[in-house]
Design a protein around this ligand. Sequence first.
Ligand SMILES: CC(C)(COP(=O)(O)OP(=O)(O)OC[C@H]1O[C@@H](n2cnc3c(N)ncnc32)[C@H](O)[C@@H]1OP(=O)(O)O)[C@@H](O)C(=O)NCCC(=O)NCCS
Length: 233
Amino acid sequence: MNSKDLLPDIRARLGVVSMGQERGSESKPTVRVKEVPERDRRRLLMHFLALGESDRLLRFGTVLPDELITHYVQHLDFARDTILGVYDARLRLVGVGHLAFAPREALPLVASATVKERVAEFGVSVSESARGMGIGSKLFERAAMHCRNADVDTLYMHCLASNQTMMHIAKKAGMQIHRDHGEADAYLKLLPANPGSVLQEAVEEQVASFDYTLKANTRAALKLLGSIPGFKS
Ligand SMILES: CC(C)(COP(=O)(O)OP(=O)(O)OC[C@H]1O[C@@H](n2cnc3c(N)ncnc32)[C@H](O)[C@@H]1OP(=O)(O)O)[C@@H](O)C(=O)NCCC(=O)NCCS
C-alpha cells in the first residue's frame, strides 16, 4: 500500500452520499481543527479584522467594515452554532469556519432537499499567510462531520461564483452547485451518523484540544523563562 492509499478520499470520510471522481492527494501539514469556545471571541475578531477587502467580500458577500465585523463577532451565537478554528503556535486563529444552524424553512433553496428539521450553512476564512495548506478543506470536512453527527443531512454554502478556490473545495467534496447572477449556492447531502463518525469527531476534537494545551503551555513556559533575569531563549 503506498502513501496515497493511506489518505482516504475526502468524500468518503465526509459520508457524502454521491461519490464522484477519484483524485490524488499530496502530503500537507497536519491540520488540527478545534471547536472555538466563546471566550475566544477576541481571537475571532482579530482573525476577521485581519482579512483584507477582497477576502471580506468573498467571505461575507460584501466588504464589511470593521464595525460590522465587530458586531458579527459580538453576536455569534455559541449556543446555537458551532465555530471551528485552527490555531497557530501563538494561538492565533488562522482559520475559522462558522457552521450556522437554522430551521429548514429559513433556507428555501435547500428546504426541499431534506426532511430534517434543521439545515446548516457554512462560511469559512483562512488567514492569507496560512493558505494552500489544507486548512480550508479540513474546516469544511470537519463541519460536514459535525453536521452528520448533529442529525443534519444538508450542508449549504453561499459564495461568489468567481471564488475559484472555494468552488474547487466544494467540487472536491462533491457539492451540488447552482450558479446564478455571479453567485453560487452549493449544498452537500450527508449520510446519517454512525459510531465511526461520532468517534472520529470526538477523537479529532480531543487531539486538537491536546495540541492547543501543548501550545498554551509552551507559550507560558517561554514567557516564564523570559522573565528570569539573564535568561535568553
Ligand atoms: C477559500 C479559502 C477558505 C481556502 O482556504 P485554504 O486553506 O487556502 O484552502 P485549502 O488549502 O484547503 O485548499 C485550497 C484548494 O484550492 C485550490 N486552489 C487554490 N487557488 C485556486 C484557484 N484559483 N482555482 C482553483 N483552485 C484553487 C488549491 O490547489 C487547493 O486544492 P487541493 O486541496 O485540491 O490541493 C481561503 O482562500 C479564504 O479564506 N478566502 C477568503 C474567504 C473566502 O473566500 N471564503 C469562502 C466563502 S464562504
